[in-house]
Design a protein around this ligand. Structure first.
Ligand code: ADP
Ligand code: ADP
Length: 245
């Protein structure tokens, strides 16, 4: 059984306009998307800007409400669950965004940012939490003495490492990466991609990996889905997809 099985996923956004903000149309952002993702596997999601990649990723995590369709995590459909019923599943699905600075609270230390999910989910406090955070820092190639520093004291690549550490903190089964290296210097991109690959080898979670750079996608993914106008138009093993005809 796959870790994640998405069937006929649809997301339509209402478009509002005019002074009364009446609905004037509908954007068919995701229009019947199906795919599955095995444990420890990486599925790349590619396609031109606006084709619906981010909407698929956010809907799978229920950050965006699906219009219809099934999102099965370990066989359990999480699409119809209430926010409360969803809580235990939230722990096992994390997201890493494109801009690490935008997703880090500038007033929190890096250690507090990485340790926050442990506190929110009541898993560790005090010295036990500090120990776990130090371990997470080491896993992502940061030094434990950097826990006391604030986001602006890190480089772009280091800030993305903080986001990755936070995503790892609860021992996720699935990490969605939405253009995780697009905002980084080209010289840093390969380091972060290689870190993501190493972490997966050690911890065996799955990635749903969005990127516009085909070289990056081909490097990290096992299979690749190509989206166009809200649909997956091709899905194949990366060696098949990128092989020269
Ligand atoms: P991608 O990630 O491939 O660039 P998105 O999923 O961001 O694509 O967007 C797909 C389509 O849905 C686009 O036409 C976009 O403008 C539209 N869209 C995305 N989010 C919203 C929203 N919150 N409200 C209305 N339309 C949206
Ligand atoms: P990305 O760079 O990840 O594709 P976008 O720049 O398309 O993201 O969108 C940034 C944010 O704005 C997202 O939260 C998206 O849902 C929202 N958004 C995108 N398109 C629209 C739209 N047409 N109307 C309202 N919100 C939108």
């Amino acid at each position: 059984r796959p870790l994640l099985e998405v069937t006929d996923l649809v997301k339509h956004y209402a478009v509002r306009g005019g002074v009364l903000r009446r609905q004037v149309g509908t954007v068919h952002a995701v229009d019947g998307v199906s795919f599955s993702l095995g444990a420890g596997e990486t599925l790349g999601l590619v396609g031109e800007s606006g084709c619906g990649k981010s909407t698929v990723a956010r809907t799978v995590l229920r950050l965006v409400e699906p219009t219809s369709g099934a999102i099965k995590l370990d066989g359990e459909d999480i699409a119809p669950l209430s926010k409360t019923a969803l809580r235990p599943y939230r722990r096992s699905m994390q997201i890493v965004f494109q801009d690490p600075f935008a997703s880090l609270n500038p007033r929190m230390t890096a250690g507090d940012i990485v340790g926050e999910p442990l506190i929110v989910h009541g898993l560790a406090t005090g010295a036990k939490k500090q120990e776990r955070v130090a371990e997470l820092f080491q896993q992502v190639g940061l030094r434990p003495d950097q826990m006391k520093n604030f986001p602006h004291q890190f480089s772009g690549g280091q800030r993305q490492r903080i986001c990755i550490a936070r995503a790892l903190s609860l021992g996720p089964r699935l990490i969605v990466c939405d253009e995780p290296v697009s905002a980084l210097d080209v010289s840093i991109q390969a380091q972060v991609i290689n870190l993501l690959i190493d972490l997966q080898r050690q911890q065996n979670f799955s990635y749903l990996f969005i990127a516009h750079d085909l070289a990056v996608v081909a490097h990290i993914s096992h299979r690749v889905a190509v989206m166009y106008l809200g649909r997956i138009v091709e899905i194949a093993d990366k060696h098949e997809l990128f092989a020269n005809p």
